[in-house]
Design a protein. Structure first.
Length: 297
C-alpha cells in the first residue's frame, strides 16, 4: 500500500513538473491577473505533495529518494526564483500608479488591439460624452494601417500605450526579435500620435523572462488588468461584457476591453461599444473616475 502511495505521489509530481517549470520560467505577473493566482495556488499544492513524497521516502529509505529529492529541490528553486522576480511587481503596479495621478478614487479603463477604423472612433465618442479618459494599448501594425485614427486618440487626450508591433505571444519569440518588434512599434506609434508610449502590456498578458527584463530595462510601466469583459469571445453579449468588467469595481482597478477585432472574433468590437455605456455608468455609480495611467502624453 505504501509502495503504491509513493508511486502515485511520484507520478503526480513527474507529470506536473513541466507545468511547474513553465510557470516559473515564463514569470507571469500573478498578482495582477486572477487566473495566475489560481495557477500558482495549484503549484503550491503540487509542491506540498512532492515535499510529502520526499519525507516519506526518507523515512522509508526508499529507492525513489534521489528522484524525489531532485524534484523537490527543483520545485523550491522555481518557487524562490518566481517570487524573487515578481516581488517587485505586485498589486502596487495597478494601484499606486493610479492613486498617484489625482489622489482621489481613480480607475483605469483600457483598450487593447487598436486602432480600428470603426471601433476606436465609436469608443472615443462615448468616452467624450461621459467625460472619461482611457488608456489605449496600440498595436504597431494597426497604427501603420490607420495612423489618423491613432492620432485621434492622442488628440482626444487619452493615454497612448504600447502593445507591441505584431500581436504575438511573447513566449514564442526570442528576446532579440522582441526587442526589434517593440522598438519598431514605439517608432510607428510615436510618429502617428506624437506621443512616446511609456506604459506596456504584452499580448495575452503573458511575459517571458527575457521580455520582462527587456521591459524593465526600458523603464516602462508594466500594466495588466484586474477586471475584464472577455469581449473578444464570439458568444459574448453587451450585458455580459459589462457585468464581468464591472463586478466588484473598486478604486485602483484596471478594466480591460477591446476596441478592435483584429485578433478576436469577427465584429466583437460592436459588442464592446454596446457595452461601454453600461461600463461607464457603473464606474460613475461607484463614485470612481477614469484616469490615464501615466503622464506619457
Amino acid at each position: 500500500m505504501r509502495k503504491w502511495a509513493l508511486l502515485i505521489l511520484g507520478g503526480f509530481a513527474v507529470i506536473l513538473f513541466p507545468w511547474t517549470a513553465y510557470l516559473a520560467l515564463t514569470l507571469p505577473t500573478r498578482h495582477l491577473t486572477p487566473h495566475w493566482d489560481a495557477a500558482w495556488a495549484g503549484f503550491d499544492l503540487m509542491m506540498a505533495g512532492v515535499v510529502l513524497w520526499t519525507v516519506v521516502s526518507i523515512l522509508r529509505r526508499s529507492r525513489y529518494l534521489v528522484i524525489a529529492t531532485s524534484i523537490t529541490g527543483t520545485f523550491l528553486i522555481c518557487d524562490a526564483w518566481f517570487d524573487l522576480v515578481t516581488s517587485r511587481q505586485g498589486p502596487e503596479l495597478v494601484e499606486s500608479s493610479l492613486f498617484a495621478v489625482l489622489g482621489e478614487l481613480p480607475l483605469a479603463l483600457t483598450f487593447d488591439d487598436g486602432p480600428h477604423p470603426q471601433g476606436t472612433p465609436a469608443a472615443l465618442e462615448l468616452l467624450a460624452a461621459a467625460g472619461a479618459t482611457a488608456t489605449f494599448f496600440l498595436v504597431g501594425e494597426q497604427v501603420e494601417r490607420w495612423p489618423d485614427v491613432a492620432a485621434e486618440i492622442a488628440a482626444a487626450g487619452h493615454e497612448i500605450a504600447l502593445h507591441g508591433h505584431r500581436h504575438r505571444l511573447m513566449l514564442r519569440r526570442t528576446t532579440a526579435a522582441l526587442e526589434r518588434d517593440l522598438d519598431h512599434a514605439v517608432e510607428v506609434i510615436a510618429a502617428a500620435t506624437g506621443a512616446t508610449p511609456l506604459c506596456y502590456r504584452p499580448p495575452y498578458g503573458v511575459f517571458s523572462a527575457g521580455g520582462l527584463a527587456l521591459a524593465r530595462r526600458r523603464e516602462w510601466a508594466l500594466l495588466l488588468w484586474s477586471r475584464w469583459g472577455r469581449d473578444w469571445e464570439a458568444q459574448a453579449t453587451p450585458a455580459g461584457i459589462a457585468r464581468r468588467a464591472t463586478a466588484g469595481l473598486r478604486a485602483g482597478d484596471v478594466v480591460l476591453l477591446h476596441d478592435a477585432d483584429h485578433y478576436s472574433s469577427d465584429g466583437s468590437w460592436r459588442k464592446t461599444i454596446a457595452a461601454l455605456p453600461l461600463v461607464l455608468e457603473a464606474v460613475a455609480g461607484c463614485g470612481l473616475r477614469c484616469v490615464r495611467v501615466t503622464n506619457s502624453t
